[in-house]
Ligand binder design. Sequence first.
Ligand code: 13P
Ligand code: SF4
Length: 311
Amino acid sequence: MKNKILKLKEELSVVILAHYYTTPEVQDIADFVGDSLALSEKAATTDAKIILFAGVHFMAETAKILSPEKTVIIPDLDAGCSLADSCPADKFAKFLEKYPTHTVISYVNTTAEVKALTDIVVTSSNAVQIVDSLPKDEKVVFGPDRNLGRYVAEKTGRPDMVIWDGACHVHQRFSLEKIIELKKQYPNSKLLAHPECPQPVVIVADYVGSTAALLKASKEDGANEFIVATESGIIYEMQKASPGKTFIPAPPDDSDCGCNDCSFMKLNTLAKIAKALETLSPEVTLPKEIALKAEKPIKRMLEISRELKII
Ligand code: 13P
Ligand code: SF4
């Protein structure tokens, strides 16, 4: 299967982009593996005419918005995102009617329709810096992740930031109780947490950041053991980069063992990738009008990120 994919990829000059949350075998056949921000930047700058996005739908949609002339395929159209689903565009539009003068900041984990209602898109890599770059008296609505929103509001000293009440089914299930149990077993470990985790987990974390930031911390910190409170796919890259270190996946709150996996990311299998390359489908498409409106806030994010030297 792996050889078949590599052969088809070569013949068709396809670039395969994969998120850190996909399985190790998928990461191994990708041309580039990264977090949401790095993947958006790659999608915007690649010369390839066909992009296969091994991630979730909003990521492939973002690639299509940034490169409308390219063919963007995704191995499984059902690879959605519970966080994006927690913010339907019609309800968000109604919510925004209450805040007509606020600047609307949306996490990249949203549909194109929600991005079309947004002033600036952010990812977990740049949300704090982008919000911080706005004048202090500028009022902000942040959506859809309540945990990331609260974290950004705290970090940027904006207690009046209006936050949409959405969450990710994976990160919402990390709990302080489970982390304390692991800390007793591994007293010298450091805790790495994604800002989509609930507040108690974020408060006790040694590092809080995007998957790329947590990977960097795991390489640079001198500790030998790390508890990882984000989707477990990232552990593959962490272990590859630091073979001598131990990475312990934090379990979800309703389980004593096992990893906290994103069921959507795991829909990307080698068999589906091979089929998508053979058929050049399913293709991600979207109405031109929505794509044009959604493009502006994504481009704004990339511009600010370049200005701030985040990418
Ligand atoms: P990153 O911004 O770290 O890529 O996170 C994406 C994501 O889906 C988190 O759940
Ligand atoms: Fe969406 Fe959560 Fe999966 Fe990330 S981990 S893609 S936010 S459902």
